[in-house]
Design a protein. Structure first.
Lengths: 88, 151
């Protein structure tokens, strides 16, 4: 995905299930000065009230696919933090 | 695609959707809402999902199975509030012969449990509610070992 124009931008981070309850919101906005890694986005979310309950090894999706902590998050990406999956 | 549904899942419809004259074997898996979890009686539960990703990953899993075996697969997962005995997930895999049908059906349910972003909130008989965390339950609860191949 293109990095877009320079300057700060907002990353909308979606939360689900237990994480949405613990943080009291179904999404949070993280302000980025430039491209961040998934791990950096996760660190910022963990700094919100209640955020420490999110494990550092939790699953994160970028643009609907699981992404490693080292993956880049750029302007316009859809980020979601996924509690332990329990389908089926 | 509609892999997720808030309406009851009809297993016969899934089987019919993949049946064809050249497919002589249909294997199905039907996951029902259990009345207990971790030794505690369960009264009801609710499924939620990260829906666009869940749809996308379900499509990916079905595509993988259909590429790996000569099968056609139908898959549905229920969302919303469910009662004991309701069908939570249904999978039908049809192939020329049973080996491929069983293998593909097994693959689809195991990958669904491993990769699809769906969550389950259980209401216990005493009224308490809890998000199910299979990673926490796995060591203690032998039921969750059903994810391992039995052979």
């Amino acid at each position: 995905m293109a990095a877009g124009p320079p300057g700060p931008f907002t990353i909308r981070v979606q939360l689900f299930a237990r994480y949405a309850e613990l943080l009291g919101a179904d999404h949070l906005d993280v302000v980025a000065e430039g491209p961040l890694t998934v791990g950096e986005v996760l660190s910022r979310v963990r700094a919100f009230p209640g955020g420490r309950t999110i494990g550092v090894g939790t699953l994160v999706a970028v643009n609907l696919r699981q992404a490693p902590l080292s993956a880049a998050v750029t302007r316009g990406d859809e980020v979601a933090i996924l509690p332990p999956l329990a389908g089926g | 695609m509609g892999f997720l549904t808030r309406a009851p899942i009809g297993v016969a419809e899934l089987v019919a959707a993949v049946s064809a004259p050249e497919r002589g074997g249909v294997a199905s898996f039907v996951g029902l809402v259990r009345d207990h979890h971790g030794g505690r009686p369960v009264r009801a539960l609710e499924y939620t999902a990260y829906e666009p990703m869940a749809e996308s990953i379900c499509a990916e899993i079905v595509g993988e199975a259909e590429a790996r075996w000569p099968v056609r697969i139908a898959l549905r997962h229920r969302l919303g509030p469910l009662g004991i005995g309701d069908v939570a997930v249904g999978i039908a895999a049809a192939a020329g012969h049973r080996d491929e049908a069983f293998a593909a059906c097994r693959y689809a349910i195991e990958e669904l449990k491993r990769r699809v972003p769906i969550w389950k909130r259980e209401t216990f008989a005493d009224g308490t509610e809890e998000w199910v965390d299979p990673t926490r339950m796995a060591a203690a609860n032998s039921e969750e070992r059903e994810g391992m191949a039995p052979w």
